[in-house]
Design a protein around this ligand. Structure first.
Ligand SMILES: [Zn+2]
Length: 138
């Protein structure tokens, strides 16, 4: 246990993770009651009939990746980035891979990311760049 500080170097863009989720409502209890859909509270158990939930949009592996690109979060998952390349810097699990391969063409990688995000309304050219994301686990 303890506090661990580390950061990620990311080539990619920031993304609003909420846009990767579709809000839905689901039943909060399993009681078999007539016309329960019209009720706010269940007449059998007293719980609210509906609770907030969400579905994931296609291609989103929650907390991991979207359309095959890694997702990176800062401390407490407050913000999210989609990475075409990433490197963890510092911490105990420093990886030894170079972030960019000499054959990488940033404009091609950017175009690939844009082509995948644009149909979902998630492409933001202003946020595309190199990000340093500082994290703290505790
Ligand atoms: Zn109930």
């Amino acid at each position: 246990m303890g506090v661990d500080y580390y950061s990620y170097l990311v080539v990619g863009c920031s993304i609003d993770e909420d846009k990767l989720k579709i809000p839905t409502k689901v039943r909060a209890c399993d009681c078999n009651v007539d016309k329960i859909e019209d009720m706010k509270f269940c007449s059998k158990c007293g719980e609210e009939v509906w609770k907030e939930d969400y579905d994931l949009i296609e291609g989103y592996e929650e907390d991991e990746s979207f359309l095959g690109f890694d997702l990176v979060y800062n401390t407490d998952n407050e913000n999210c980035w989609i990475a075409i390349r990433k490197k963890e810097v510092g911490g105990y699990n420093r990886n030894e891979f170079d972030m960019l391969d000499p054959s990488d063409n940033i404009e091609e990688l950017k175009a690939e990311l844009k082509a995948k995000l644009e149909p979902h309304g998630l492409w933001d050219k202003e946020s595309f760049g190199i990000w340093v994301i500082q994290c703290c686990s505790y």
